[in-house]
Design a protein around this ligand. Structure first.
Ligand code: ADP
Ligand code: 5GP
Length: 193
């Protein structure tokens, strides 16, 4: 029997809500989740892992767009971000589901291409708490302001596209809720095969 194709779980939400922290915890707790690594043209943040992204030049990014190497890509606050087309034949992906941590325009593109993709939209407990998290991460004032303004644009779009909305209040509770959502989708997929 052919292995079933993976479910794509998209984790999206405003900057500073905790998406990166959540997906790191998801892959630690569930080995059958494969986390896609995006490309970006933005500079690495102080203290950010060099593995957080493939940090690329604009020309390298544009070359990859021209080659059809992205599942989706967008421009966000002046930089390119994109998801490389996953290699579904790789052994790394075998028997695992895919998690993409991306913004709402990319989420819309992935859902159009893969209607079975599941969008989990993460919200902060409040705008003030989102700002606190951005500052706590070391984002400078102008970046905090940009990201909060962008969040106000993104939120209604994300809510409309979302299959699930999760408030990231307490990290462990949020991750438990996301693992429950993923388990419920897997059970439904298994029952329909
Ligand atoms: P995003 O990827 O959405 O931009 P990050 O994962 O970088 O957000 O998180 C922003 C900051 O908020 C980080 O300093 C992170 O440690 C912190 N954080 C994440 N989740 C929580 C939470 N539930 N409670 C408090 N702080 C959190
Ligand atoms: P940051 O600069 O904070 O790491 O990311 C900015 C935004 O880009 C976040 O909302 C993040 O989820 C999103 N993002 C990260 N990788 C990708 C990607 O590959 N595609 C898209 N569309 N958005 C991404």
């Amino acid at each position: 029997m052919e292995a079933s194709s993976p479910t794509i779980f998209i984790v999206s939400g405003p900057g500073g809500v905790g998406k990166g922290t959540i997906v790191k915890s998801l892959v630690r707790r569930d080995p059958s989740i494969w986390l896609s690594r995006s490309w970006t043209t933005r500079a690495q943040r102080p203290g950010e892992s060099p593995d957080a992204y493939v940090f690329a030049t604009r020309s390298a990014f544009e070359r990859r767009i021209a080659e059809g190497g992205f599942l989706e890509w967008t421009q966000f606050l002046g930089n390119y971000y994109g998801t490389p087309v996953p290699d579904l034949t790789s052994s790394e992906l075998s028997g695992r589901d895919v998690v993409l941590e991306i913004e709402v325009d990319g989420a819309r593109q992935v859902k159009a291409l893969h209607p079975g993709a599941v969008l989990i939209f993460v919200l902060p407990p409040s705008r003030e708490e989102q700002e606190r998290r951005l500052r706590g991460r070391g984002d400078p004032d102008d970046k905090v302001e940009q990201r909060v303004r962008k969040a106000e644009e993104e939120e209604p779009i994300g809510r409309a596209l979302a299959d699930h909305i999760v408030v990231n209040d307490e990290l462990d509770r949020t991750v438990d809720e996301m693992l429950d959502i993923i388990a419920a989708h897997r059970a439904r997929t298994a029952a329909s095969q």
